[in-house]
Design a protein around this ligand. Structure first.
Ligand SMILES: Cc1cc2nc3c(=O)[nH]c(=O)nc-3n(C[C@H](O)[C@H](O)[C@H](O)COP(=O)(O)O)c2cc1C
Length: 315
């Protein structure tokens, strides 16, 4: 396992609770870390940089009371149009957040600042080309968001993605995309990833900020209910079919000409509040449960998968 020692501390599973817009907040991060998974949230979920400071304070205080908690991460939108970036980065540096996961742009803008206090930078990438660029920029880890993922999904199958990236990158790899069970976490390791990135399977957890109807829809949905479209944010993302219908869209005829705009996360929030995202791994979610109970199940599935008998060739 090539996970840096600082991230392995108190880890009960090789997995990160992935950052989710309007879904992950301090409660979810704290629950994930206490259960032994790396917790994370996207900075724009805190409405202002002052709120971000407050959220970080809540996480630090709760984790200080739990010596056996796993590390945590913040997801920063590094796109040049994100006006809040300088203030959010200052806050991250002031609090020495252990892991920064960059999204929607080049990680170069954060590397020196985060390294200055000994923090780590992982870049979220959705193609082999972006993985190559992030590796060249000097990141500490790559988060490969593969096909089938919730949110702004990649288009490359995880099986192919890890293999190609491993040809030029020997550092930590996190794999995301429809990993919703302990056996899938083990499979990600077998492919050559170090950590799994779980989003969709945690949307319905009790600690998530998702609305109750959203959680119910996730519990009821299967892979066939997931519709990829550029029409909501201008970037291809996976959406729950029934939420598209409820918002007045025709899932079979989505508008595909929308232009992305990362300037104001609160504008984006209007879109994400009406239309709900989930990935193809949604079928594994059968109940809205406390995050700790989900992690317990993942741990026993993972342990069982680690001791599965292998194929034995006939002589
Ligand atoms: C509702 C939702 C919101 C998301 N928001 C973000 C985000 O704000 N930033 C980000 O980097 N990734 C975001 N993602 C992607 C996740 O971090 C992760 O890559 C993905 O969920 C992993 O695949 P899975 O959903 O199949 O488990 C989001 C995913 C979902 C389902």
């Amino acid at each position: 396992m090539s996970v840096p020692a600082s991230l392995q501390r108190n880890l009960a599973l090789p997995a990160i609770a992935a950052p989710m817009f309007l879904v992950s907040g301090p409660e979810m991060v704290i629950a994930a870390c206490r259960a032994g998974m790396i917790g994370s949230f996207p900075a724009p979920n805190a409405r202002t940089s002052a709120d971000l400071e407050d959220w970080i304070g809540q996480i630090e205080a709760a984790l200080a009371e739990t010596p056996q908690a796993a590390p945590w991460a913040i997801n920063l939108v590094v796109h040049p149009s994100n006006d809040r970036f300088p203030a959010d980065l200052e806050c991250v540096v002031r609090h020495k957040v252990p892991l920064v996961i960059t999204a929607l742009g080049s990680p170069t803008r954060v590397i020196d600042a985060v390294h200055s206090y000994g923090g780590l930078v992982f870049a979220d990438v959705n193609s082999v080309g972006f993985a190559r660029k992030a590796a060249a920029a000097g990141v500490d880890g790559l988060v490969l968001v593969a096909a089938g993922a919730g949110g702004h999904t990649g288009q490359t199958a995880g099986f192919a993605f890890v293999e190609e990236v491993r040809q030029f990158w020997s550092g930590p790899i996190v794999l995301g995309g429809a990993i919703s069970t302990g056996q899938a976490i083990r499979a990600a390791e077998v492919l050559g990833a170090d950590l799994a990135y779980l989003g969709t399977s945690l949307i319905a957890c009790e600690e998530s900020l998702a609305a109750p109807d959203y959680k119910d829809m996730v519990v009821a949905a299967g892979a066939e209910d997931i519709v990829p479209s550029k029409g909501i944010t201008g970037v291809t993302a996976n959406w729950l079919r029934l939420s598209l219908v409820a918002a007045g869209y025709d899932p079979a005829n989505m508008p595909e000409d929308k232009q992305p705009n990362f300037e104001n996360a609160q504008d984006d929030a209007k879109a994400w509040k009406n239309v709900w995202s989930a990935g193809q791994g949604v079928g594994a979610v059968r109940a809205a449960e406390p995050l700790g109970a989900i992690v317990e199940r993942l741990k026993s599935e993972y342990a069982a998968a680690c001791s599965l008998p292998r194929f034995a060739a006939k002589e």
